[in-house]
Design a protein around this ligand. Structure first.
Ligand code: ZN
Ligand code: CA
Length: 763
């Protein structure tokens, strides 16, 4: 906290506070006072203790944003998601109907037990903040304590529930523990801290997914089948929390609740304001278990409700801490509305209960929808052996490999309580010989390292590979179940040139070909009954591919140019667009051709077409494009420059922008041999004799060449071309058709020399 780099956080926090809440004016004034003080001190003093004091003050005043009114993002996020994806409404409504039906069946059934079965749910708390240590372990534990009281109706303030509702106070008998083992079975305190960029906050839209993935600056979920995930973070827009329940159709890797860090738990320096009794998490977990707001998300009318019989009708949310009874247009006579329910918007100190009806719904969701949480072993500390080595992963070799030498990579993890200083690591390809590597090092408990194992050679084929540890620290392994990792790979035969592929056979991609499909969504497929002068082709269904800028590659087998001088690709293409092809500023689907000589570690792009340059169907088409026989075009690409390095693959790359289908067919790759004289002499003038056109072709263009000039037999200048006139086939073209027959001299002029070749012109 002594570093100046934390300063921008403060700027953001204050600007976040300032414009929205008039009630915060006093705080705002003091913040501005501090700001000017701070700048003053920063400019004129380097006094460390003073700076520390100021930063502590800044922490107290600025890092804990006070939220004026409770605002929960759960139903707002749902409404937004349904607007974006109307099909979701059906999913939500079917869950809702299932919950209502279960509640009805519960009413009809005789009940002998006073309480539902006690369960304990493992919780993982992900603290995602620029200063994640601000939320202490004690603050987290205080929140778990609140949940355990509120969900068993043992909270001390439950007795403040008005007498009229005392009889319907619900005890869910749901308990919570901080996880004692990670998804990988290692010890944990159930708290994960992830540091974000300064001032980073998260939007509630879509349930704040960015906070749930490390790839977007958040913390990856722990298996939602085994853990209730709580993310504690800075929410944008003054929201206190947002829940992502299964009953709202959220994907499994986003389920859980997100809570504003200053409204989490009951103690700790991060806590501030009136939302300081842990009820935000009680409320959001209520949503997680299927509960709606008590007012049913009405906007002032009484037609919608929360689907719970024993909560009174209510027109809208209740802020603050009203006195009982509070009447309402939907409950106009005493006892009025149940504003002290956890699913209203009152202050933490003024909410005390779930009802028996709410508990029935929560237990149904727990027992029938998120059932596996009841049987998780996440609350049980794992058994740790002194000596336990594991191969967590065998990432290489995998998939298509381009070299017959394999060099396996393994991730070695010490899952034992003792430091790991030695282990045997074996690998085996198929039923081949065992390769053993005697590793030594020093790996602390629950850490890992990536190791490169000795290389070996494989023949053409498809292989399984496994790697496993033995004798950690020279001792038997405490848990052999985690010793082994597996993968598979294939090393394909090279294809021969000339090469042809028309996609006529059923297998796709064809033997030796490969597909790269990073998003695992739409990719290259075989089009049956559609082809260029044939019955099949390869197809990208861009019409249905609703994602922008996704890359899908179709790779040929490895080909060997065998020292040939020129390599050409020809292929048939058919394409259409959804948007008017003359539209400007549109993002089009793009077809590219690349060449790689190193298994796609690097590549050279040689062809790129989109929109009007790519299409073979002239007008916009809003239905699936199927080319007519005349809607194919033959394109060619000179691969020569890119394949000089040796063996290569051609890559057809589709970049989607949701336009229409792109087909390719009749892939042909051919070589062209160089004239033997050209190879020997380095330059060739032909045809000779010539009737008019004369080509001057270089095997390789000399670096010091300046120009090529032609003189007649009398030594008079006829014509000249500069070096820049040489085309990609290393050739310049002269036209002597209007010159008289006779002897000419082609003079190659270099920087410090010249070379003259005699030429005959005959008609
Ligand atoms: Zn809510
Ligand atoms: Ca082991």
């Amino acid at each position: 906290m002594t570093s100046m780099t934390s300063f921008p956080v403060f700027i953001k926090a204050s600007s976040f506070l300032y414009p929205t809440h008039p009630s915060l004016n006093d705080n705002v004034k003091s913040i501005h006072y501090l700001t000017s003080q701070y700048f003053h001190i920063q400019n004129y003093s380097n006094s460390q203790p003073l700076r520390k004091l100021i930063l502590i003050l800044l922490t107290l005043f600025c890092f804990n944003p006070l939220i004026a009114q409770r605002n929960c993002g759960t139903s707002e996020a749902l409404q937004q998601m349904i607007k974006d994806n109307p099909k979701l409404a059906t999913v939500v409504s079917s869950y809702n109907n299932a919950m209502l039906k279960a509640q009805m069946q519960y009413q009809l059934k005789p009940h002998t037990e006073a309480l539902p079965q006690a369960v304990t749910i493992p919780v993982v708390v992900h603290i995602v903040l620029d200063n994640p240590d601000l939320v202490t372990d004690a603050q987290v534990q205080s929140q778990i304590a609140v949940l355990n009281k509120d969900y068993t109706a043992t909270n001390s303030d439950v007795m403040q529930t008005p007498a009229v509702w005392q009889a319907i106070i619900g005890n869910s008998n749901i308990n919570f523990c901080l996880a004692q083992q990670t998804p990988d079975g290692e010890p944990t305190n159930g708290i994960v801290r992830v540091k974000t960029t300064p001032g980073r906050s998260f939007q509630i839209y879509n349930g704040a997914p960015d906070v749930k993935y490390s790839s977007s600056g958040g913390s990856d979920i722990w298996d939602s089948k085994r853990y209730l995930n709580i993310w504690v973070t800075r929410l944008a827009g003054n929201y206190l929390g947002v829940a992502a329940p299964a009953t709202y159709g959220y994907p499994a890797d986003q389920l859980g609740v997100v809570i504003m860090y200053s409204a989490f738990g009951t103690e700790g320096p991060a806590l501030s304001g009136t939302y300081n009794k842990g009820r935000t998490a009680t409320h959001e977990i209520g949503h997680f278990f299927g509960l709606k707001h008590v007012w049913g998300d009405n906007t002032g009318n009484c037609t919608d409700d929360d689907g719970i019989a024993d909560t009174p009708q209510q027109s809208t949310n209740t802020f603050g801490c009203p006195s009982f009874p509070k009447l309402d247009p939907c409950s106009p006579t005493p006892p009025g509305v149940m504003f002290m329910n956890y699913m209203d918007y009152t202050d933490d100190a003024c909410m005390h209960l779930f009802t028996a009806g709410q508990v029935v719904r929560m237990r149904y969701v727990l027992e029938s929808i998120v059932t596996s949480l009841m049987n998780s072993n996440g609350c049980t500390p794992p058994v740790v052996f002194p000596n336990d080595a594991a191969i967590r992963e065998l990432p290489l070799p995998a998939g298509k490999i381009c070299d017959q030498n394999i060099t396996p990579l393994v991730v070695l993890r010490n899952k034992g309580s003792q430091p790991l200083t030695s282990a045997n690591i074996n690998y085996q390809v198929g039923n081949g010989p065992l390769v053993t590597y005697k590793w030594t090092g020093n790996l602390a408990s629950f850490t890992e390292t990536t190791l490169t194992l000795p290389s070996s050679k494989v023949n053409i084929g498809i292989y399984n590979i496994k790697a496993y540890t033995q004798l950690p620290n020279g001792q038997p392994d405490g848990d052999p179940s985690n010793d082994t990792a597996r993968n598979h790979f294939n090393y394909d035969a090279e294809a021969q040139l000339p090469f042809f592929e028309g996609f006529e056979n059923d297998s796709f991609p064809p033997p030796g070909w490969a597909i790269r499909n990073p998003d695992q969504s739409f990719t290259w497929e075989r089009a049956r009954d559609v082809g260029s002068k044939s019955k099949a082709s390869a197809l990208m269904r861009n019409l249905g591919y609703n994602t922008n800028f996704q890359v899908d590659d179709l790779l040929t087998p490895i080909l060997d140019p065998m020292g040939r001088d020129s390599v050409f690709l020809f292929f048939d293409v058919a394409a259409a667009v959804y948007t008017n092809p003359n539209a400007t500023g549109n993002q089009w689907d793009t077809l590219e051709v690349l060449v790689t000589t190193d298994c796609m570690n690097s590549s050279t792009m040689l062809y790129q077409k989109w929109g009007p340059n790519l299409i073979t169907h002239p007008t916009a088409l809003q239905t699936e494009f199927v080319p007519a026989p005349n809607e194919w075009r033959r394109d060619s690409v000179d691969l020569t420059a890119a394949v000089r390095k040796g063996k290569f693959q051609v890559v057809f790359r589709n970049i989607s922008n949701s336009e229409n289908n792109i087909y390719i067919d009749n892939i042909t790759i051919v070589t062209k041999d160089v004239n033997e004289d050209l190879r020997k002499q380095g330059v060739l003038v032909n045809p000779n004799p010539s009737s008019g056109l004369v080509w001057v072709t270089f095997y390789q263009v000399p670096e010091d060449l300046l120009q090529v000039s032609i003189y007649n037999a009398a030594g008079q200048f006829v014509t000249s071309l500069p070096k820049s006139a040489i085309n990609s086939a290393n050739r310049m073209t002269f036209n002597l058709v209007n010159e008289p027959n006779g002897v000419y001299f082609v003079k190659l002029i270099y920087r410090n020399r010249a070379n003259t070749i005699k030429l005959m012109k005959v008609r």
